[in-house]
Ligand binder design. Sequence first.
Ligand code: ADE
Length: 245
Amino acid sequence: MRIDVLTLFPEMFSGPLETSIVGRAQTAGIVGVHLWNIRDFTSDRHRQVDDYPFGGGAGMVMKPEPVFAAVRHVLGEDDAPVLLMTPQGERLSHTLAEQLSCERRLVIVCGHYEGVDERIRQSLITKEISIGDYVLTGGELPAMVVIDTVVRFLPGVLGEASAVHTDSFAQGLLEYPQYTRPRDFEGLTVPEVLLSGDHQRIADWRRCQSLRRTLERRPDLLREIDLKPRDAALLASMRDECDQS
Ligand code: ADE
């Protein structure tokens, strides 16, 4: 996959893109992230990327010319989704990230200042994405969030191929609790069922814990998924085991 990022602050990306899983995915050639400075696509002496809003008001607005020039340069004759990071966009989700990961190529435009000229939205952008109902100082951190979550879905990126399909949200439920050694840490012990070696019991316990956690923390998620017929029975029959831990 190829991802082109258009930003006024390319230097912000170096840590997150070069480190850990995204860094390794780039080294392995699974994804290539290319950073472009929108200011390099200005043609005036002052390299101006923003201007006052017509009609007055506070703040500056990103000018259309450099953003159009940058996207045209980056895409050439090619075609790809052009994403704008903005709090007005569709909320990023597991499902949206998975869909984006199926694209061969993405272009991400990071908005800044008080907003972008509406003609950028109208004629250049194919999808607007928000990472949550709060306003950040720019689209750079949201772009990094999108890249991180999309890259996880690319084949070969996560060690265990199935992890991406079993983690929180993959099945519409939150994840079950995980434990590792030691068995007893300062008197806090690992639930006995996980040491039992009984794979069916362990799977049932995990499903029960996932259901429970989702019910307690994100009941909205439960309304959106089809519970397995076994889930109700599981919750009832496993209640004791859940309660012990
Ligand atoms: N730019 C500023 N705030 C944002 C948000 N919440 N999501 C995406 N882009 C943004």
